[in-house]
Ligand binder design. Sequence first.
Ligand SMILES: Cc1ncc(COP(=O)(O)O)c(C=O)c1O
Length: 383
Amino acid sequence: MHMRVPFNIPYLTGKEEEYILAALKSRAHCGNNEFSKRCIAFMKKKYGFSEVFLNTSCSTAMEMGAMLAGVGPGDEVILPSYTFSSTANAVLRQGARPVFCEIEPDTMNIDVAKINALITKKTKMIIPVDYAGIPCDIDPIMEIAHRHNLIVMVDAAQSFHSFYKGKPAAAIPDLAAFSFHETKNVTCGEGGALVVNKPEWIERAHFLQEKGTDRKLVLDGVKNKYQWVDIGSSFLLSDILAAMLLAQIEEVENMVQERAKLTFAYYTLLEPYEKAGRITIPHPPAHTEVNHHAFFVIFDIKENRQRFLALLREKEISAYIGYVPLHSSTMGLRLGYKPEDLPLTEDIGSRIVRLPFYTDLPKNGMDYCITEMKNVLSTLYEH
Ligand SMILES: Cc1ncc(COP(=O)(O)O)c(C=O)c1O
């Protein structure tokens, strides 16, 4: 049987319509209304975050986080080069310089052993990324940060509901930013959240979120007139989108369970090729529990990546080549980086593929996908 398997299809839990309609009828559609409050309460209770600020995206959540951390002109911020543009934009928008670090191939996350060498007197913050939902190695990163008085904000765009040593991963750093874009496990189309785990930063975070005003003090009955107190922006998710988000996060456990089936099927298919030295697949450390956001394959040579993609395309299965490393993209070169500055990232970036991954796939399309990938891999490696 022939099928078409896209790279991603956003999942619907079935509760979205009811919640969105209720939000519409409430006649209270701006941010931090009923559904936003329910999302925030859900996340704080389930994951133990100090505070959560629903945002229009992970990109804006990271911009708010960089403002909150006091990143400014002359500062340096260490981040992996293998990430999305938004991680670096949050740094540049504050007038600071992104300093790119290598990754390690088992997880595609920042190589913690290489952070120390990048720290200078100007370093202000580290932004590790939880690639494919695999938590970065946050304990040693926090140790480095404490030693050098640095702030840690995790780009947790892909890792909502991932765990590190039994704890929700985003509860550990000073700040973490989630994405609820339609490509993510849990989505409201476009959306994000900034987790703030430093209680002393929470009041100011409210001011930044509300366009730099102390409106929160009026809402809390502390003042009767609000005013401009800081530099902020409109870092708020509409309550209509929060209604969709609530319908999704309430079902997060079921979604992750369903997605785990796909991870298992990919491992079963691909492990023999890894053992034969043809490919590398993800190896999340034993102390992590992943949310099954994505699955990547690193091919032995880039020509095999191209052949794999082309043969899958013939079967109408969409895989995707992942990021162009930031240091060697147009903007990275403009900042003065050269491709050879991060040879490992550059090399792996040219051999990696992300496989189709979405919550509905195990029920509809997974068997076709696995069968066709098996055929493609045997064409590549057994003929
Ligand atoms: C690692 C990473 N950071 C940031 C983003 C940006 O997320 P958003 O679209 O919610 O701004 C993404 C989105 O794909 C991402 O994968």
